[in-house]
Design a protein around this ligand. Structure first.
Ligand SMILES: Nc1ncnc2c1ncn2[C@@H]1O[C@H](COP(=O)(O)OP(=O)(O)OP(=O)(O)O)[C@@H](O)[C@H]1O
Length: 450
């Protein structure tokens, strides 16, 4: 069932490929457009700006240099509210995938793709796109509280080195922003910053996703394919959610990090790859240091430097500036007039514990900008009173008294609340139990005000 209002464009001349992708994505996104020729792109953009573009890199038969796709990518990146781009290529060509990433594509997929991976790539592109205004530059890591100043000092100290960095903190505290800030302040800034959600990598394709594969190495390996390590060569690989990696995957990652080289599936020789590793997890440290959960030898490789990003409730001095920043961002994005916060709203939001941290604050600001009707923002516009709903038993609807949509919506909310309770608040685990990506779960939490 389509549950997002995002607009997705598939720009690919292969009708079968475009049709397969459209059918898959239509289950979740109501608005999926297909275009078979980049020449039609300017007219389409003038009519309807997409949120995410799946962009083939080669169109003219026989052409494999990617020039047509890269030109379309440049055009997309020049748009005032540029869509997120996922480059698609049938020719698993590392330099071309890397070139697309360097020119602003957020991710790449090689054909034929794994359906779950395609869905997850679109979800993360949407999530990242929403976050773009705050993530564009190092200075976007806001906060003048003493703990955030200490975090920034650590970033400045560690960025110029080659040290692997482990970023710890609850969901939504800004771990990815910290990782980007390290990359942006390092000598690798001009190279790729590639985030990989380690919790979302299927066990069966773990090696091929990370290290790549050679044509014919397994039934579906119809072409050589680069892995994330090769794609991030020279840059920074951000291993997100490492705490959700199965132990088997941990062993494979350890070998790559120890040897500083990776062996694509089916290859007879290892390749050395120069990547800087920044990793992150929301696992609490007691769990992370439990050998039954995480291999100590891998942890030792990853945590040369540890940066702890404190939850927002421990740095209330940052709340006010973050509120104003995100209200400004969304007022500009939605073309709404600038409005002040009422004194009561300011006090209530300042005292709020923000269990979802800065991500929740950002979502609350977006809601307020869209829904707030008064001259000033009132506390109700932020709908933050419902934050504990995930652990509060929800009322069971009485048959016949609610309409079908309300029932479905309630069921979904119940399922999410139950999954979260069972996963003890671990978003990745709850998302996996529900069969959706983390990004999709975040959107649903937002939708239900959880
Ligand atoms: N210090 C900050 N200043 C401005 N925006 C922030 C800050 N910290 C987080 N954000 C915003 O909050 C959102 C969540 O941040 P981010 O994705 O970096 O968190 P995370 O800790 O990596 O989350 P998760 O654990 O769920 O992956 C993003 O939109 C980000 O831009």
């Amino acid at each position: 069932m389509a549950d997002s209002t995002a607009r997705i464009l598939i720009l690919d001349d292969d009708a079968d490929v475009a049709c397969a992708a459209r059918m898959l994505l239509r289950r979740r996104h109501a608005d999926v457009l297909v275009l078979d020729d980049p020449a039609g792109l300017p007219a389409l953009l003038a009519r309807a700006m997409p949120d995410v573009v799946l962009l083939d890199l080669n169109f003219t038969p026989g052409r494999t240099d990617g020039a047509e796709g890269l030109a379309a990518l440049d055009l997309l990146r020049r748009q005032p509210s540029a869509p997120a781009v996922i480059a698609l290529t049938a020719y698993a060509d590392v330099p071309l995938a890397v070139e697309a990433l360097k020119r602003g594509a957020g991710d790449f997929l090689t054909k034929p793709w794994d359906n779950a991976r395609l869905v997850a790539a679109v979800d993360s592109a949407l999530a990242r796109r929403t976050a773009t205004p705050a993530q564009a530059a190092t200075s976007a890591l806001m906060g003048e509280s003493a703990p955030m100043r200490a975090v920034r000092a650590m970033i400045a100290g560690v960025a110029p080195t080659q040290a692997n960095v482990l970023v710890l903190g609850e969901n939504g505290v800004g771990k990815e922003l910290v990782a980007r800030a390290i990359h942006d302040a390092s000598h690798r800034a001009g190279q790729t910053f590639l985030p990989v959600d380690m919790g979302a990598l299927p066990e069966s394709t773990f090696e091929s996703e990370l290290f790549g594969h050679r044509k014919g190495s397994f039934t579906d390996a119809r072409a050589d394919r680069p892995g994330r390590f090769q794609a991030a060569r020279g840059g920074t690989l951000f291993l997100d959610e490492i705490g959700n990696m199965p132990l088997a995957g941990q062993a494979k990652l350890l070998t790559a990090l120890e040897r500083r080289e990776v062996t694509p599936l089916g290859a007879d020789r290892a390749e050395s790859v120069d990547v800087r590793i920044v990793s992150a997890t929301n696992l609490d440290e007691a769990r992370l240091f439990d050998p039954a959960v995480f291999r100590p030898d891998l942890l030792f490789r990853l945590n040369t430097i540890v940066i702890r990003v404190p939850p927002l409730r421990e740095r209330p001095a940052d709340i006010s500036a973050l509120l104003r920043h995100y209200l400004d961002v969304y007022e500009a994005q939605y073309g709404r007039p600038a409005r002040a916060l009422s004194a009561a709203a300011q006090a209530a939001l300042q005292a709020h514990p923000w269990p979802g941290n800065v991500r929740a604050l950002r979502h609350a600001c977006e809601r307020a900008v869209i829904l707030g009707a008064g001259e000033q923002y009132d506390v109700d516009d932020f709908s933050v009173g419902q934050v504990t709903a995930a652990v509060v038993p929800l009322p069971v609807p009485v048959a016949g008294t609610v309409n079908a949509t309300a029932t479905l919506s309630t069921l979904e909310r119940d399922a999410i609340a139950a999954a979260l309770a069972q996963a003890q608040g671990n978003i990745s685990h709850a998302a996996r139990a529900l069969g959706v990506s983390r990004a999709a779960l975040y959107r649903k939490l937002d939708k239900h005000g959880i």
